[in-house]
Structure formats: structure tokens, C-alpha cells
Ligand binder design. Structure first.
Ligand SMILES: Nc1ncnc2c1ncn2[C@@H]1O[C@H](COP(=O)(O)OP(=O)(O)OP(=O)(O)O)[C@@H](O)[C@H]1O
Length: 303
């Protein structure tokens, strides 16, 4: 299911003295099956965009096309339930929304609200728990007896229980330790690969963009300033630096190495560690015997 924004503007409290413009002239697309990263500084409009992805907010101007639905400020609020089911949003700190006495009831809440029988909802609970790395032994436990990371998994399971086609993740690893972050990010990636889920990730982490995303949208002051594949987006390091958006560590390392040593790595723009290693190994091999390179990279013997 593709999602497309055309000339979208959005003002909070439109038509009141408190009107505040959050988006203007936003044109973007989220291709079906993509892993899209939505990046930009605080206040650039990322959360406002995400709330348009399932019509929690309706554009003040322009239109948002979600699959075969076109949402404008004239759209009525009827029949949006189906849309909300197709596009699941994991808000920041989703564990704060847990409320039932057992994990099973919490995860089953959404489907049962959509008319699914209790027995079928429990079957869904059993299906989604392993997707978030938990097993059936958790079903009758209280969500409030879990660790922070486990609570977050339960909250994510609640969104997955709706069997969405698009999963929107608003800084899903905020507040987790590095191991927890890695596990959760790998889990989303697995869902993307195994279940073909379209993912929209709101993040400040350029390494996550480089590792997982295949499409990037950059917002600045309420509008889209760049959009494209990561390789293209990270090509222009000067522009990114000027915008203080930062680079993935692999690329930052190569640029520093190049500046400090004068070594020309050509047009290679490694985004991930293994790509960086490949670029360095190729350069070392190419220059084996060249004192300069061997010295600058620490005399690594690549055999
Ligand atoms: N409920 C609201 N009422 C009025 N203005 C709001 C509201 N929510 C956000 N804004 C404003 O809209 C603009 C965009 O905010 P938004 O939260 O979408 O940005 P963001 O990129 O998600 O920021 P962050 O990275 O901090 O989450 C900001 O100027 C913000 O102050």
C-alpha cells in the first residue's frame, strides 16, 4: 500500500487564535514494501507527518493518499477504522499505553475492539508474541511486572495484533540500552523481511537509517527538503553537515580518514561497517607496498 502526500499543509488549532502551522507544501511518498526513514530536527514536523499516515490528523490543505483512500480536510470521519487497522503506529514510549491486567488481554484489546472473538483474539496473541521475542508463558502475567524493554515489546505486539500492512515507528528505541536497541531494531527488520511489512521509522540515528532504510525523507521546518535512497542522501556530506544532520559512523570515519591522510577513496560512500571494511581492504590491496597507505591505516595485513 503506497502512501503519498500532495501539497500537504497542516496547522494545529486551525481557525483559532492559537493556530500554529506545523507543515507546509509537503510532497512525499512512502512506497509499498519500503523501509522508509523520516528524519529531521526536533520540531521539523515528523510526528505531525506520522499522524497523517493513518488519518489521526487530516491535512489542512492538500491530500494524503493511503492505498485507495484519499484524505483531505473534507473527508468525513466515517470508515477510518479500516485505515487505522492497516497502518499501525507505535508512538514514543508505547508502554505508557498498557492498561489491562494481563498481557494477553492487552494484546487482544485491539482485535476484540474490531469484533474478533475472544478465542480468535487469543490465537492472534499466540501468533504475535514470538514476533516480539516473547513466549506464551507471558500471556497471563501482568504487563506491569515486566522490564521496560519487555513492556515495550508487549505494546508493539498490541499494534502487530491488528495485522497492519504499514508499521510506523516513532523513535521506537528511545530510552532503551544499546543491547535492547539492537534487539528491537533487528526485530522490526525481521518483520519487514519476513512479513513484507512497510516500515516508516522516525529517527535521529543515522546509523539506523544507513543499516535498515531503503528510502529517506528529510524534513526541515515543516517541509520536505530531500527525499531518496540512502546512498543518494548520504552522497552530499557537506549539505548534511551544514544542516547538522550528521552522517552514519562508517561514512564519517572514511571522510575523516580521507581528510587527515589525503587518501582518495573515490566515489565510494560506505554506509555500513562491512561496506567500510570492504572499501579499506580494497584500498590496502590496491596500494600494497605503498608506504603511505600502509602507514596511515595502521599497517593492517590483509593477506
Ligand atoms: N499539539 C500541538 N499543538 C500545537 N503545536 C504543535 C502540537 N504538536 C506539535 N506542534 C508544533 O508543530 C511543529 C512540528 O512538531 P512535531 O512534533 O511534528 O515535530 P517533530 O519533528 O516530531 O519533533 P520531535 O523530534 O521533537 O518529536 C512544532 O513547531 C511543534 O511545536
Amino acid at each position: 500500500m503506497d502512501i503519498t502526500f500532495e501539497k500537504v499543509g497542516y496547522s494545529y488549532s486551525a481557525g483559532t487564535p492559537f493556530e500554529s502551522r506545523a507543515l507546509y507544501d509537503v510532497n512525499l511518498n512512502i512506497p509499498d514494501g519500503s523501509y522508509t526513514a523520516l528524519i529531521g530536527h526536533t520540531g521539523s514536523g515528523k510526528s505531525t507527518v506520522t499522524q497523517h499516515l493513518n488519518a489521526l490528523l487530516k491535512p489542512t490543505e492538500g491530500s494524503v493518499t493511503i492505498g485507495d483512500r484519499i484524505i483531505t480536510n473534507k473527508s468525513n470521519n466515517k470508515n477510518l477504522k479500516g485505515l487505522r487497522k492497516k497502518v499501525g503506529i507505535v508512538f514514543q514510549f508505547p508502554e505508557s499505553q498498557l492498561f489491562e491486567e494481563t498481557i494477553a488481554k492487552d494484546i487482544a484489546f485491539g482485535p476484540m475492539n474490531f469484533g474478533v472473538s475472544e478465542a480468535d483474539a487469543m490465537a492472534i496473541v499466540r501468533r504475535v508474541l514470538p514476533l516480539v521475542g516473547l513466549d506464551e508463558s507471558f500471556m497471563e502475567r501482568s504487563p506491569f511486572d515486566l522490564s521496560g524493554g519487555q513492556m515495550r515489546r508487549v505494546a508493539i505486539a498490541g499494534v502487530l495484533a491488528m495485522e497492519p500492512e504499514v508499521l510506523v515507528l516513532d523513535e521506537p528505541t528511545a530510552g532503551l540500552d544499546p543491547a535492547g536497541r539492537r534487539e528491537i531494531m533487528n526485530m522490526f527488520n525481521q518483520l519487514h523481511i519476513d512479513n513484507g511489512l512497510t516500515i516508516v521509522l522516525v529517527t535521529h540515528q543515522m546509523n539506523d537509517v544507513a543499516t535498515y532504510a531503503d528510502h529517506v525523507v528529510i524534513l526541515e521546518k515543516g517541509t520536505v527538503v530531500r527525499m531518496g535512497p540512502p546512498a543518494e542522501i548520504f552522497q552530499d556530506a557537506d549539505w548534511l553537515q551544514k544542516k547538522q544532520l550528521g552522517l552514519p559512523s562508517a561514512l564519517a570515519f572514511l571522510d575523516t580518514l580521507s581528510k587527515k591522510t589525503g587518501i582518495d577513496f573515490g566515489s565510494e560512500r560506505p554506509l555500513r561497517t562491512e561496506q567500510l571494511a570492504a572499501v579499506l581492504i580494497a584500498k590496502i590491496k590496491e596500494n600494497q607496498g605503498n608506504k603511505n597507505v600502509a602507514k596511515e591505516v595502521g599497517g593492517i595485513d590483509v593477506g
